[in-house]
Structure formats: C-alpha cells, structure tokens
Design a protein around this ligand. Structure first.
Ligand SMILES: Nc1ncnc2c1ncn2[C@@H]1O[C@H](COP(=O)(O)OP(=O)(O)OP(=O)(O)O)[C@@H](O)[C@H]1O
Ligand SMILES: Nc1ncnc2c1ncn2[C@@H]1O[C@H](COP(=O)(O)OP(=O)(O)OP(=O)(O)O)[C@@H](O)[C@H]1O
Ligand SMILES: [Mg+2]
Ligand SMILES: [Mg+2]
Lengths: 252, 252
C-alpha cells in the first residue's frame, strides 16, 4: 500500500508545491510509481508536470462521482502521475460547510488508489480550511516545508497544534514526517537564527538537508518540468535528491 | 474620507503583508493618519507593527458587535493604527457560508471609520474566498503585489477577472491601483521575462518601482517594526519610499 504524504503549511509561498513536485519526480526516477494530487485551486502542481487542469481532477475526486482511476493523468515524467487541480476547489469550503463529514471526502475517494502506487503526494493550498483538513484526515505523513523567515516561524506552532488535534479526533495514524527548510541562504543571519530556533525546539523532526535558494527551481515550472528533468545537476536538483533520500529512509 | 486600498493576491508569499505594512508606515511618516486592518488569521501584519492579536480585532469587526473604534490599537509607529488579525478568521468562510450577504460584513462595519483616517489599508489572506471578497466589496483600490515568478504569472489573470466580476456585481467603484513587483532580482532572466510579460499586457497598471529582494525587509518584522523605522536607508527602505510616492500620486 502506498506511502501517503501531504505537503502543508498555511503560510503562503514557502515551497509546498516545489517540494512535493520535485520529491515526487525523484522518487519516480528511482523506479517508484508515484501519484501527485493537486488540492490547490491555483493548480501550480499540475502545470509543474505538464498535466491539464481543464480536465476533471481533484474537485471531481472529492465529489466522488467519477471513479478515481479515470482522473489520473500522465505527466512529463515516467512513473509520475497526477490528479489535476481545479479552479472549483476554491468553492469547496462553502459548498461543504453544512456537511458534518466535510473533512472525509478525500479519504473516502482516494483510498481506492492506494494499492496502485508506491507513493501518493498531496499538495495543499496555503490554509488550514476544509481542503487541508481533508488531506490531514486522509494522510499518514505530513511534510512541513518552511522558509527560514520570521513569518514562517510564527505559524509553525499553530500548524503543529492543528496536526496533534487531527491525530486525537480525526486520524490517529497521522505523524509529522519532518520539517524541511526551503529557500535557505547560509549567509543570512536571520535564516540561521530561524534554523537554530526551530531545530532546538523540534530536534530530529527537522530534515538535515536544507534546500538553498536556486533560480533554476523557479525556472523549471515554466517549462512544465521538475528539477531532476529540467536541470538535474543544479544546486537545487542536488539538494532535492538528498532530501528525497531522507524522506525514503523515514517512511520505511 | 479615507483612501481605501486592499493588498490582494491568492498566490501565497508574494509580499502582500510586507507591502501593506511598509507603505502604511511611510504614509504615516509623511503625516497621514493611517489604519491597517489585518484580515489574515496568520496575523503577520499585526506582529509587524507590534500590535496584539490576542486583543479583539478584525474578527469582531466582521461580527459587528463591538464598535469599530474600540478595536483600533496603537502601533510601534506614530500616526499608524491597527485592527489586529485573529485566529478565528480561519473559520469565517464556514460560519458565513449560508448567509447571502456574507461578503458585505466588512463594508457594513468598517465604513464608520472612513472619516477618521487619510488611508485605510487591508491585508488579505492568500485566497479569493469570503474574507477576500469582503475586502473587495468594501474597497476603492486593489494593490496587486506580485513576485516575478512563473506561479505568480499563472494566477494574475484569474485575479484580474475576479476583480472585474466584483466591479460588475458587488462594487462598481472598485479599481486596480496597480501591480507592484516584489523580491525582484535584476540579474535573474526569469524575473525580467515575467516583468516583460506582465508590463506588455498590463502597461501603465504596473508600478515603475520594483521592490528588490533585501534581507532587511524580512528581518524588520521580527523586531515588530516597518522598514522605515527598522532600517530606513536600506535598499528595501528606499524602494518602498519610491513606491509609496507612486501610490500617493495614483490615489489623487
Ligand atoms: N529553493 C528555491 N529557490 C528559488 N525559488 C524557489 C525555491 N523554492 C520555491 N521557489 C519559488 O518560490 C515561489 C514559492 O514557492 P511555491 O509556489 O512552491 O510555494 P507554495 O508554498 O506552494 O506557495 P502557495 O502557498 O502559494 O501554494 C515559487 O515561485 C517557486 O518557484
Ligand atoms: N523584498 C523582499 N526581500 C526579501 N524578503 C522579502 C521581501 N518581501 C517580502 N519578503 C519576505 O518574504 C516572505 C513573504 O512575504 P509576505 O509574508 O509579506 O507575503 P504575503 O503575500 O503576505 O504571504 P501570505 O500569502 O502568506 O500572506 C516573508 O517572510 C517576508 O519577510
Ligand atoms: Mg503551492
Ligand atoms: Mg501575508
């Protein structure tokens, strides 16, 4: 059965999509069958791998009317598949507001695919609302991407508290896979202070590999390619390879 | 009556909070009486100016039970005031889902303060949901902060379409104040391509001043100070002064 990982942080722009896509693609390169699920109405994950957000995708997955297998698309990478994001996701919290079991749609409809893949990676929007709660209710692991900045620091305690509440009332098997730093500049004093703060508090939860700021990582999505295809030998490509190895050793 | 500006972009981490806070503080330095309203449950704007998010704030403003004047706090800057963000904002879209007039609470309750200030600036969360719709229904101007990156490019057309729909059905006086580039690196080819793309399409809507990436801008919030107080002569401080001048000339 598949390793289930969500990429979640309510702080915007911390590298959730970039991390999910690149770890997913490197896992696929190693021969794993990997499914990406784009749960964000921005559809950034979808375009990062040249999938098509105008085709039925994760909104229909939540709805449960279309068999999940029919929603899976090929991507620009072998062994890597994708259920596309959808603009209509933006309306889900209002549509499901009155529904007691509004947080359980993903769990109900994605489970049928768990035996078809080695990894299923879900990209979350920058919120802790209904979409992210659906991901939290379904998953085994939470990967927390984090910038080494003050605003990111402010939000991480709330995020960890939310995950422990989910564990208590919604999903007892959930665990934090780890906290991964992105866009790290080793010369910046602020970045080192934040890393220091978070590492002393969360200890071994923090991944050893810190992803440096690298323009090649932000160029790759405009070509619809993950970093290991776009520029494998870049600083960003190497760092994501290291981080993916850490992820693989933690899910065993 | 106050100039009303919201800072909106559903893409996360593009510099909404940083831009609203620094423009607000520079306007206050010039002698304007400025109110900041933090409509994001992350409360980043609130902590940027040393206001207190544990006191009643924008959640109570939407609720309409507490007179708006009682929700206004002092900040670390003279002439600059703030209605704090609140964790409970995260639940608003569910709480108001069934309410036909869910988008009109801010307009109803913030209007009473419009004669007390020269500028009222609202920081929005990274979404186009109920909270952002409340801001769109209330405001005269929308400032669109934008990173010079591919994912930001993907979202800007949807944002502009949303604003024109709001103009048609909810708020006929709304207009786009401008698109402002943040975290710009002039050496990055991608950044120049995005600037080129957006400028050729949106022309004079794009502000001349591009805010460069400058670590002092991300250090300032950890001290609870805007850039013109924390490090006025920094590259970031100078750029925000220039941008503020452009904003002042556009609202006349
Ligand atoms: N290590 C890096 N170096 C340089 N740029 C990066 C890096 N990681 C991400 N980026 C760029 O930074 C921006 C934010 O990253 P990304 O969109 O992945 O964050 P996110 O958390 O998914 O954002 P959102 O909250 O909007 O979903 C993107 O434009 C991306 O291309
Ligand atoms: N010009 C800049 N140079 C360097 N860092 C910057 C700059 N502008 C913003 N930052 C930093 O980048 C991060 C994102 O900025 P900010 O939080 O203001 O964006 P936002 O759009 O408000 O994010 P969210 O979508 O989460 O509300 C913050 O850590 C901020 O300190
Ligand atoms: Mg994303
Ligand atoms: Mg913000």
């Amino acid at each position: 059965s598949a390793h289930k990982i969500i990429f979640l942080n309510q702080k915007g722009g911390v590298g959730k999509t970039t991390t999910a896509v690149n770890i997913g693609s490197i896992l696929a390169e190693y021969g794993n069958k990997v499914l990406l699920v784009d749960l964000d109405s921005q559809c950034n994950m979808t375009s990062s791998v040249s999938a098509d957000s105008s085709l039925p995708g994760s909104y229909q997955l939540l709805e449960g009317l279309t068999p999940a297998r029919k929603l899976v698309q090929n991507t620009s990478v072998e062994n890597l598949y994708c259920i596309a994001g959808d603009l209509d996701l933006a309306g889900v919290s209002i549509e499901l507001a009155q529904d007691e079991s509004r947080n359980l749609y993903l769990k109900k409809n994605l489970s049928v695919l768990e035996n078809d893949y080695d990894y299923i990676l879900v990209d979350c929007p920058p919120e802790l609302g209904v979409l992210s709660m659906n991901a939290l209710a379904w998953t085994k692991y939470v990967f927390i991407p984090m910038q080494c900045e003050y605003f990111s620091l402010e939000g991480v305690n709330l995020l960890v508290r939310t995950i422990s509440n989910v564990k208590r009332v919604l999903n007892p098997e959930i665990q934090i896979l780890g906290i991964g730093f992105t866009m790290y500049s080793k010369r910046a004093k602020l970045h080192n202070e934040v890393v220091e703060d978070v590492s002393s508090f969360f200890n071994s939860l923090v991944f050893d590999t810190k992803i440096p700021r690298n323009i090649r990582l932000s160029e790759a999505p405009s070509h619809g390619l993950p970093i290991n295809v776009y520029d494998n030998s870049s600083v960003g490509g190497k760092a994501y390879r290291e981080l993916t190895k850490e992820v693989m050793s933690r899910v065993r």
